[in-house]
Design a binder for this molecule. Sequence first.
Ligand SMILES: *Cc1c(COP(=O)(O)O)cnc(C)c1O
Ligand SMILES: [Zn+2]
Length: 453
Amino acid sequence: MRFRAWFGCTTPGCDETYELNEIVYKCRKCGRGDKRSGLLEVTHDIEKLRESRTPDQWKKLFERRYLRTAYPYGSGVWGKKELVCPNVDDGNVVSIYEGGSNLFWADRLGRDIGLTDLWVKLCGNSHSGSFKDLGMTVLVSMVNQMIHEGQKIRAVVCASTGDTSASLAAYCATAGIPAVVILPRDKISIPQLIQPLANGALTLALDTDFDGCMDIVAHLSQDTRYYIANSFNSLRLEGQKTIAIEMVQQFDWEPIDWVIVPGGNLGNVSAIGKGFLMMKELGLIEKLPRLVCAQAHNANPLYRLYQRGLPEGRFRPMQAKETQANAIRIGDPVNLNKAISTIKAVPGSMVLEATENELANAAAYADRFGLFNCPHTAVALSVLLKLVDRGEINGSDRVIVISTANGLKFPDFKIGYHTREMQAVSTRHANEAVPLEAKIEQVVDTLEKRLPA
Ligand SMILES: *Cc1c(COP(=O)(O)O)cnc(C)c1O
Ligand SMILES: [Zn+2]
């Protein structure tokens, strides 16, 4: 059976649709004015999906493909191709076998805070080290298909706080498609800068912040030879949606009680919510988890709106302040309306925040139990600790924290903490190297003093 998906306009009352191989990011009818008007959303023929297989048949299909070698279906994303992007021909898929990331059972950490069923989904255990790979494989595959269909695309372009550009560069290099990445100079980590350079992307380091880079990209997007890969391009959310499906699959399709995810541009929380809602529509699950969006206090526009009860049409962008969680330093999130719809559609969802002090200490605390957290995951962990403290999460609830990137991408975050040189942080779990002479007495003496008896 041929399945089909298309771009649908998200403005209430507008029913414009576009093909997925059109170069269009916003509705041509209503997408004028602010950057959020007329955003598109990939829409699936749910009826057809429902008719073609029973819930059990879908589950069996996904199980059979999961992490096997039949290209591209062993990918955690493309193993769910019918639900993600059926429009791409298998031969045009650009996959590095994204997805399939470990669900870390945080047993000791959980017990330390009174939970028996705590898990961390390590989405940063991935080719370019962040969850962005999940969406980028879908976007670059669609571009590859468009190029094969004869469309003139000169390069794929993105502005980035570091992880989107690393992922885009990797997928474009895999496919042999030129990539242009536009970065705020001196505002991203060295590993994040090295990644697109190594993959041969044309890398422009601009003397501005992320929002300044986005303005440049907005101008370039008017020239259809440049295909834009930022998260207003809703193809990416379809791949990210598979985080939800994969987690449920990893639990043998049993229910999850809580999912906590850091939010910046709010694409990921929208995508994960969409994944759960779609599974419910298809009968793959009966119960939705409660979805918690975790924001950094210094970049918390959704949290502020949530505090006021998410009033319709009353959003005010803010100037995001410096935060260790650089990838979510966004004051004017493009996917705001999608995130609000998700929060309203998933009962019991919430938005919480974490300060710099809270996030840095939460990361270091959880690292002591075997994790190696990036600052964004730290925001989610900090929010987890708050929800447990407040008694909102019960001891036996099944809780998953979404880890969005690999801690290895953020050496300054780790070094700053453990050398106690971090601004606005009172370090509670620092661990510094002990410098000694190469003498056995000094070593033995230190072991005696420092190890438990
Ligand atoms: C992009 C990113 C986020 C934020 O995701 P949004 O979809 O913009 O909310 C969080 N953490 C990391 C590591 C990221 O790269
Ligand atoms: Zn429209």
